[in-house]
Design a protein around this ligand. Sequence first.
Ligand SMILES: NC(=O)c1ccc[n+]([C@@H]2O[C@H](COP(=O)([O-])OP(=O)(O)OC[C@H]3O[C@@H](n4cnc5c(N)ncnc54)[C@H](OP(=O)(O)O)[C@@H]3O)[C@@H](O)[C@H]2O)c1
Length: 200
Amino acid sequence: MRVAILGSGQVGQALAAGWTAHGHDVVIGTRQAAVEDFAVAPPAEAVRDADLVVLAVRGTAAVELVRSLAGELDGRVLVDATNPLDMGDRGPALFVGTTDSLGEQVQRAAPAARVVKAYNTVGNALMVDPDLPGGPPTMFLAGDDPDAKRQVGDLLQATGWDVADLGGIEASRWLEAMCMAWVAYGARTGTWGHAFKLLR
Ligand SMILES: NC(=O)c1ccc[n+]([C@@H]2O[C@H](COP(=O)([O-])OP(=O)(O)OC[C@H]3O[C@@H](n4cnc5c(N)ncnc54)[C@H](OP(=O)(O)O)[C@@H]3O)[C@@H](O)[C@H]2O)c1
C-alpha cells in the first residue's frame, strides 16, 4: 500500500518506520527539505498517489493544512492521529471538546475526504506492533465511512491491534478526551508504555 504521512515529527517517523518494515511504500509529506532515513515530499505531492493518508501534525496546524490540501484529499482515506492539545502554563488541555472535536473540524475542512480518527489514544512507541504483557491493546476508531474504517481496521489488525469502532466522526470528542487520560496516567506514574484495552 502507498501511504503518505503528513508530519515528520515523532508520530510521523514512528508510523513511517513501522509500516515500511511491514512492506508498505511510505512517503512523509513535510515542510522539511529532508528527514533522515525517509522519503519526503511537499504535502500536496506526497498525498497525490496515496492509498492512505495520515494526518500527524501538531493539533493547532491540522485544520489549516487539511484545508490547503482539500482537493487532493477528495475520496482518500485520511487517518487523523492528531489531538487538540493546548500546552498551557497549567499543563496540557484540549482546545476543543465535548460539543465538537478536531476530528470533526478536519472532516469539515475536507468534506470529500474519508476521515478516520485513529492512533490518537496511544504513544508513538506503541503505534506499530505493540508488544505488551496484557496482549494486543485496542485502537478505537471513529469516522463516517464504513469502508475507510474497514481499511484502517485491517491495517491495525495486521500490525498488532485489536480494533473497536465507536461510530461516526463525532465520536472523536471522546477519543480526544481519552488522549488526556493516557497522558494523565503517564504523568502520574512517569511511565509511557501503556495502552487501552477493551475487554468484552
Ligand atoms: N507523540 C505522540 O506519541 C502522539 C501520540 C498520539 C497522537 N499524537 C498527536 O499526533 C500529532 C503529531 O505529534 P508529534 O508528537 O509527532 O508532534 P511533533 O514531534 O511535535 O511534530 C509536530 C509535527 O507538526 C508539524 N507541524 C507543526 N507546525 C506545523 C504547521 N504550522 N504546518 C504544518 N505542519 C506543522 C510538523 O511538520 P513538518 O514535518 O512539516 O515539520 C511536525 O511534523 C499531534 O497532533 C499529537 O497530539 C502524538
